[in-house]
Design a protein around this ligand. Structure first.
Ligand SMILES: C[S@@+](CC[C@H](N)C(=O)[O-])C[C@H]1O[C@@H](n2cnc3c(N)ncnc32)[C@H](O)[C@@H]1O
Length: 272
């Protein structure tokens, strides 16, 4: 029953949402909105071409291998449970496969990231929360097909998870991903200062109201005009619902799409 829900019902619902929001965005009189709408429709209708399909299947095969792992690693808790400061409160031992299954983007959302990176053609992607590297692999695959170089910078606080991700990137042959290990609170400022020009951002860790707001504002100076910023788990808590409403209504966002689990914004740099 749980397998049916996870493997069929949820993906069906998520794809329906992508198609509905995709149709709305694709009808707008704005090229950036149409590009995002087309990407949603592509992911919602699974309308990927053969070269895209092949690369995504490679990542899914790697996901299956990681999901089956029974070895463990130590995870410092920097996340929402640690509050806005995200202090390194306690360390828990995690089974790699359990962690990968619980925390990685499911295939539908990962394919949406892929379609967005294909559509937006960013030079630089930023991810907060690598986990075992599934979403970043999808971004790297899209950048490879875009054919213009491009790099993914992904931040992860748990060295054990980062090591699993690094091994996955190596197995998959992705040399265009750079993992920065350490709490976002300590690494993000330097990453933003050293890598201006993020055209695609996925904020997927430390799902706390204040932390999410602060991370977006730290990243903002390094965003390109028209950058796509994806926020995960926007309905996970009251605080996350509040920060999503605040972000979606912010004048710096030209468009905001509520996909219930995820929020997708198109950023417009304020004039002057
Ligand atoms: C939901 S998982 C990311 C999943 C990944 N984006 C994907 O879709 O494949 C969140 C990750 O963020 C990391 N994380 C959470 N809060 C953090 C923080 N404050 N600093 C650094 N890493 C953090 C966790 O260790 C975890 O690996």
């Amino acid at each position: 029953m749980l397998g049916l829900l996870k493997n069929f019902v949820k993906p069906y619902v998520y794809r329906s949402r992508l198609r509905a929001e995709g149709a709305r965005m694709a009808a707008l009189d704005d090229a950036a909105a149409r590009a995002v709408g087309d990407a949603f429709l592509k992911a919602g209708c699974r309308a990927f071409d053969a070269s895209e399909q092949v690369l995504m299947e490679c990542v899914e095969a790697q996901r299956a291998k990681v999901n089956a792992r029974t070895d463990t690693f130590d995870q410092p808790d920097y996340g929402a449970g640690a509050g806005a400061a995200g202090g390194e409160g306690r360390t828990v031992q995690r089974v790699v496969g359990d962690f990968a299954r619980a925390a990685s983007s499911p295939q539908v959302w990962a394919s949406m990231h892929f379609a967005l990176v294909r559509a937006v053609q960013p030079s630089l992607c930023l991810e907060l929360g690598t986990c075992v590297g599934i979403a970043s692999s999808y971004m790297a695959a899209a950048l490879r097909l875009n054919g213009a170089g491009g790099q993914v910078i992904t931040l992860e606080g748990a060295p054990g998870a980062a090591a699993v991700a690094a091994a996955n990137f190596q197995d998959l042959g992705f040399e265009n991903i750079n993992i920065v290990v350490g709490p976002f609170q300590k690494t993000l400022d330097t990453v933003v200062a050293e890598h201006p020009g993020f055209g695609f951002v996925f904020i997927d860790g430390h799902h706390d109201e204040k932390a999410t707001w602060d991370y977006f504002n730290k990243i903002e100076p390094a965003l390109t005009d028209g950058a796509v910023v994806v926020f995960d788990d926007i309905a996970w808590s009251d605080g996350m619902r509040r920060v999503w409403r605040r972000l979606a209504a912010d004048p710096r966002m030209a468009h905001a799409c509520d996909l219930r689990h995820l929020g997708v914004c198109i950023y417009r740099r304020p004039a002057g």
